[in-house]
Ligand binder design. Structure first.
Ligand SMILES: [Zn+2]
Length: 130
């Protein structure tokens, strides 16, 4: 892959990261303004890492996205960017253009998604029996 292309993905990834974190910083600020009561678990709160603070405020979906963005940026550094994590085939640039933090090629992704759907059904069946 051309290095120009990689640096364009890199700036897209950094932009996504900035947007994700920008929202969170706003959320943390507004929740602090709303919540003037001292926290009951103050020692816990002090020990709480920035990471879990982020996780709480981002929500599951954005947190996963942030992790993917970080992984993609690491892969750019290690020269593994654009390679499917499962089958090691190159991820098509058309896919990376839409989703620069894509981890898998389309084939592997659909395999993973169908497996996840199966797992989810199993969990629901188990929970339904309790
Ligand atoms: Zn693949």
């Amino acid at each position: 892959m051309y290095s120009e292309k990689i640096s364009s993905y890199m700036s897209q990834l950094k932009e996504i990261r900035k947007n994700l974190l920008g929202d969170v910083e706003k959320n943390i600020k507004s929740s602090q303004e709303e919540n003037t009561e001292p926290m009951a678990d103050i020692s816990d709160g002090a020990a709480r890492s920035y990471t879990s603070e982020l996780m709480l405020n981002l929500g599951e979906q954005d947190w996963q996205k942030l992790k993917l963005v970080d992984e993609a940026l690491e892969k750019i550094n290690s020269g593994e960017y654009g390679i499917c994590s499962l089958c090691n085939d190159p991820i098509p640039e058309a896919r990376l253009d839409v989703m620069p933090f894509a981890q898998y090629c389309v084939e592997c992704l659909s395999k993973i998604e169908s497996e996840e759907a199966t797992n989810r059904t199993r969990v629901e069946e188990i929970e339904g029996n309790i």
